[in-house]
Design a binder for this molecule. Structure first.
Ligand code: 5GP
Ligand code: ZN
Length: 114
């Protein structure tokens, strides 16, 4: 059994502040929000990094993006705008090694990111 924070959330062992749940995904508020809306969209399946995706996972990424877009509407940030981010490995800023999509909005985003 993998000792993984997001697997524990997917299995109900740790209860995050959920905003959406499906049979394949969960979405919850980030514990250290970087914007007024900061939601993480996470597949229930454990995939450590983007480098570990295989063609069999093709269907999961589109569902993660669609869920994030739906949550953006529910959060009232779709019109003002938002950012979707996936970090890969240490150099990409990844700290939790179970893939996740950040939905950030509710403030003006700067570019390039830090
Ligand atoms: P990464 O840096 O891997 O792209 O993003 C991991 C995110 O997970 C960070 O934004 C961090 O604040 C968030 N995070 C870490 N631990 C927890 C936790 O226990 N609960 C929640 N809700 N978010 C967490
Ligand atoms: Zn995991």
């Amino acid at each position: 059994m993998i000792d993984c924070l997001f697997c524990k959330m997917a299995q109900g062992e740790i209860k995050p502040d959920l905003v959406m749940e499906t049979d394949e995904l969960l979405a919850f508020r980030d514990i250290n929000p970087q914007a007024p809306t900061h939601v993480l969209v996470v597949p229930r399946k454990h995939i450590s990094t983007l480098n570990d995706l295989t063609p069999a996972d093709a269907g999961i990424i589109d569902k993660m993006v669609l869920a994030a877009c739906e949550i953006a509407k529910l959060e009232g940030i779709a019109a003002s705008g938002y950012r979707l981010v996936m970090n890969c490995n240490q150099g990409g800023g990844q700290t939790v090694f179970h893939i996740h999509l950040h939905l950030l909005g509710g403030r003006a985003m700067t570019w390039p990111p830090g």
